[in-house]
Design a protein around this ligand. Structure first.
Ligand SMILES: NC(=O)c1ccc[n+]([C@@H]2O[C@H](COP(=O)([O-])OP(=O)(O)OC[C@H]3O[C@@H](n4cnc5c(N)ncnc54)[C@H](OP(=O)(O)O)[C@@H]3O)[C@@H](O)[C@H]2O)c1
Length: 281
């Protein structure tokens, strides 16, 4: 597992261990994926049955100003990991994002929809997918969305912190997506890794919401008094453009006969139940 601990990386290591796998994690300092020799060395030393690449540049807005650095990790580095897997004859599991799409869809987006990223982050993640497909035939590319887990940083943790500091939060209500808890995503990814056919998969919690409704659910679940006010994307300008609609149809997963991942409300409930009552402080 590359790119540990990370939000998703931590849950993948724990879930894999629970399922009886020997999970070996490498942090950025132990294996920087932008260094092809370091990646090859790590694979040669560990001799794994598969590699999960959870390493990524995930600062979406900073990527606008630092696209070359983001590209080095999300695309070039991803290609190094895939090439090392192909040389070792093992499976490469790569994580991608709803940001590879342009956000103009009006119905859940299937795996074979044409990507058209509108942000630097989205472009680098798309280039990473291309590199993985080219370099390693035995690949799993898992696109997910609105991810949260562990100690973050993520939207849930941010809303809880802001709600403890302010009487009112203004949250965007015109972007639609599927919040996804790493605790539900990790077992599905492991299941694919253990025997699913190679290819591209969408894996998200079920259902659809907006950031506004998600914030309301978070704050009311904790009984916090802060008021949430819906605003438009135009009222909250950020460096990187966000997809207006990025619900991913988990079609390939369902076609394997697998049950849909739980509804996002259930993901949120489970995540909040696992956080210390005082978090974040
Ligand atoms: N967060 C979301 O909403 C979201 C949505 C859809 C898809 N995804 C994708 O899901 C995956 C996991 O996301 P996440 O939120 O769990 O990310 P995260 O918490 O930011 O974790 C990313 C990990 O990658 C490591 N890393 C960064 N540069 C590296 C390098 N050059 N070599 C090795 N490791 C490096 C980071 O280490 P440091 O902490 O030391 O920098 C961190 O441990 C990513 O591929 C992301 O693109 C995320």
């Amino acid at each position: 597992m590359l790119g540990t601990p990370g939000q998703l990386g931590g849950d993948l290591v724990d879930e894999g261990t629970r399922r009886g796998h020997e999970m070996i994690g490498r942090t950025q300092w132990e294996c920087d994926i932008t260094d092809s020799a370091a990646v090859e060395r790590a694979v040669a030393e560990v001799q794994p049955d598969a590699v999960i690449n959870g390493a990524a540049w995930t600062q979406v807005d900073a990527a606008e100003e630092h696209e070359a650095e983001a590209e080095a990790v999300n695309a070039t580095g991803a290609g190094y990991v895939a090439a090392a897997c192909a040389s070792a004859g093992i499976r490469c599991c790569h994580v991608s994002t709803d940001y590879v799409f342009d956000g103009t869809a009006t119905a859940p987006i299937p795996e074979d929809a044409v990507p058209l990223p509108r942000s630097a982050y989205g472009r680098t993640k798309w280039h990473g997918e291309v590199a993985v497909r080219e370099q390693c035939p035995d690949h799993l590319i898992v696109r997910t969305s609105w991810l949260y887990g562990r100690q973050g940083p993520n939207f849930v943790i941010t809303m809880l912190r802001l709600a403890s500091e302010r009487p009112e939060l203004r949250v965007v209500a015109d972007q639609h997506g599927a919040p996804t808890w790493t605790g539900h995503l990790a077992p599905a990814m492991l299941r694919l890794l253990e025997g699913g056919p190679a290819g591209t998969y969408h894996l998200t919690n079920s259902g659809v919401t907006t950031w506004y409704d998600f914030a309301v659910a978070i704050i009311s679940a904790r009984g916090l008094p802060a008021r949430v006010v819906p605003i438009t994307t135009a009222e909250y300008p950020l460096s990187a453009e966000r997809p207006a609609y990025s619900v991913l149809d988990n079609r390939a997963w369902r076609e394997l006969g697998e049950p849909p991942l739980p509804d996002w409300h259930e993901g949120l409930r489970s995540y909040l139940a696992g956080l210390e009552p005082s978090e974040p402080s």
